[in-house]
Design a protein around this ligand. Sequence first.
Ligand SMILES: [Zn+2]
Length: 169
Amino acid sequence: MHFNSSQISLINRAFTHAERLAETYFRLSHKEMKAYRYEVKTLEHLEDHEIVDRAFAHLCKYHCQNGKDDFQFFRICLQDDRILNAVERANSFIKLVPLMTYIATHELVHVIRFNSGESDFDAPLEEKIKEEEKVHNITRNILKPIAETDLKLVIDCFRDQYNIGDIFN
Ligand SMILES: [Zn+2]
């Protein structure tokens, strides 16, 4: 199951929205945010090792060396099938746009914290679990002021039953 083109454009909008929210929350300029290199890929464009079956998203860190350009970047690997499955299973109870707004915001919080050194991508599992909890809390704080009914449902679901699964793989 892959996202169709209209779902992909909704997802792009969710990431743009999440970027603005994260900039405001962390008091970053748009330029500073852009310096945190990340890209978003959907299932169709993922490598085998980027596909995980228990997660909504898988966050990978890469190092790129090409001539004098030497940098690291993050790839947010969206698992289309898991996300679509959650939306379908929830029977219009969980909607794609608020779910993607949550996932996008959550992933950007990780990217910002890894880049600023507040969190370590290669930390031991125990620390990663604590970090995941922190990132969920920050995500909730970012989204609370704009949360209408559909987004509130998603926030509650992540508190009780969902796990994004990104850094545990
Ligand atoms: Zn996470």
